[in-house]
Design a protein around this ligand. Structure first.
Ligand SMILES: Nc1ncnc2c1[nH]c(=O)n2[C@H]1C[C@H](O)[C@@H](COP(=O)(O)OP(=O)(O)OP(=O)(O)O)O1
Length: 160
């Protein structure tokens, strides 16, 4: 089996009680889907720093009190030797008003009516764990960007 190259990404949630802030991706990877905020971890950044930066860049709000790691996901794609290793965080707080950026259009959703049909297909599998306060680790192998060929998802207590 050929070696996978892993690239590190973040995905961060802003949650306020029963509502969750998602962004409509206007361009690039995942265009046309609603997602949390995130992107590549730049050289010299910790994943936590990258998560805070991406939230500010994409949603126009500042994280307050740091972020808590809630998940770790690995995405692979048929025929592609590069895997996406995504650290998932939840912001402890935020300040500011969500504002559209050139990359994303933020909008609040009730956690009971998330637009799963317009999101990545793995999201409806692991969001429920996050939404009830759990932590998770998962891997998803895709054909293209719409079909999950295989998956493994587990709820965890900690990340070691
Ligand atoms: N399957 C799935 N479910 C949920 N979230 C994601 C996926 N695949 C993904 O890639 N993602 C997330 C992980 C990242 O937060 C983004 C992708 O990052 P991207 O927008 O390409 O990174 P940026 O650094 O912001 O990109 P540019 O600014 O360079 O365009 O989606």
């Amino acid at each position: 089996m050929s070696e996978l190259t892993k690239k590190l990404f973040t995905l961060a949630f802003i949650r306020e009680g029963n509502r969750l802030l998602l962004g409509y991706k206007k361009r690039g990877f995942g265009q046309g889907r609603w997602n949390a905020f995130g992107g590549k971890v730049e050289a010299g950044e910790t994943p936590e720093e990258a998560a805070v930066r991406e939230v500010q860049e994409e949603a126009g709000v500042m994280v307050v009190g740091g972020v808590e790691k809630v998940g770790e996901l690995l995405f692979t794609f048929e025929g592609d030797p590069t895997a996406m290793h995504v650290m998932v965080f939840s912001a402890r707080g935020y300040t500011g008003t969500p504002t559209e950026s050139e990359e994303m259009k933020p909008q609040w959703f009730s956690v009971d009516s998330l637009p799963y049909s317009l999101m990545w297909p793995d999201d409806e599998l692991w969001y429920p764990i996050y939404l009830r306060g759990g932590k998770f680790r998962g891997r998803f192998h895709f054909q293209g960007h719409d079909k999950i060929l295989s998956e493994k998802l587990e709820e965890v207590q900690t990340f070691d």
